[in-house]
Design a protein around this ligand. Sequence first.
Ligand code: SAH
Ligand code: SF4
Ligand code: F3S
Length: 445
Amino acid sequence: MRTYHVITFGCQMNKHDSEHIAGLLESRLGLVRAEDAEHADVVVFNTCAVREGAEERLIGQVSALKPLKALNPNLVIAVGGCVAQHERSRLFQMLPHVDVVFGTHNIPELPDLIARAASGTPALSVPDEPSLDVERTPSIRETRWHAWLPIAVGCDNWCSYCIVPRTRGRERSRPFDEVVAEAERLVADGVVEITLLGQNVNSYGRDLYGKPRFAEILRAVARTGVKRLRFVTSHPKDLSDDTLRAMAEEPAVCEYLHLPAQSGSTRILRAMNRGYSKEQYLAAVERAYELVPGLALSGDVIVGFPGETEQDFEETLDLVQRCQYDQLFTFLYSPRPGTRAAQLPETVPSAIAQDRFERLTELVRDSALEKNRRLVGSTVEVLVEGPSRKDQDMLAGRTRTNKLVHAPFPAGADPASLEGTFLAVRVVEAHAWHLMGEVAGYQRQ
Ligand code: SAH
Ligand code: SF4
Ligand code: F3S
């Protein structure tokens, strides 16, 4: 029996695409999943180009498969995703033992490309035209209880540092009714948590209906009977009161908002082409806390963007301090070939960027810990994801506010049967990035 293995880098959209890759390889080629690349006849890399580090890891991992190719001459190595979309045929020069290169818009074509490559000729197909066809192909979900549900693909924002508009194409929304019908099917299939996906999720509908319909689709999906509804990624300039009200009013919509600021300096935000000032971002956050009770907030920040001075960075520290984030993803700026920012001359020395990165991380650790301390003694609803990676006797799960919770499995409980179920957990200890708890009772079984 021929087998496959998929290795995924990057964002949630890539994770979801990999579920379709698995679905296509199983249904069209009859392949069976292998636990690792060493035992696979077809290895697919679904790649990310957002920062240089991800590309370097890809090159390392593909090169490491060279000896396997010598052992198994029938092994097919396919590379797709954002690096493939960007590099196209150059990938064959970078990595000569790759057999198939496919783009982000033509995943449904992958089985044919693999079949072609199996006859000995490398196969390349990277169309430019964005397509939503992949959503109409089979997929195999990572878990039975959670589903990614893309409502739009691509991005029209052209942030000056970002490669995504080049690798994912123009923004395209899926028809409203099609999304709702898919959500209904997922719920009927046992899914209890759905995450709506889009690079700029809260501008959903603008291209298709001439106006954003995000709040509307959020409410419609919330009413399918799904227990928890999340969405990523929201752009601050498109955050509306309608969306915040839908979050507050629809019980299924989790009180969790990921709202990347990227910087706290209005001057840098302008250079980044973000479309808002520091004050506008802070006003959006204030409104979100005001309208959504119990809101948890997370964000992204890039440090070391070209031209960022100590004063600009202090504005970022100030913004982060004021936002009281529950979680912050901090990135060192990485110049991406072809983007506007990559041409800016005033690069920040890496030692300075690293120092800023550490100062920021420390600040967020303090505010996250402070917020988590307030939860000690309370009981939270936890959706169990499985055993904790570090300790098999502990369960790992998430609150509605997306906080990671660890707690000992209840005595006598079968860990596997708890996966994807809700438990009431009493918080006994707060850490910056997770909570420790005790199971207080079963819920919603
Ligand atoms: N569409 C989403 C996700 C974009 S990529 C959004 O707009 O938030 C996820 C994060 O990676 C971005 O929010 C940004 O903080 C970071 N990022 C993007 N390009 C980068 C670059 N060139 N260098 C460093 N970080 C980058
Ligand atoms: Fe990139 Fe900006 Fe689009 Fe996000 S909104 S994907 S950061 S261009
Ligand atoms: Fe990376 Fe592409 Fe996602 S560049 S972050 S995999 S859209």
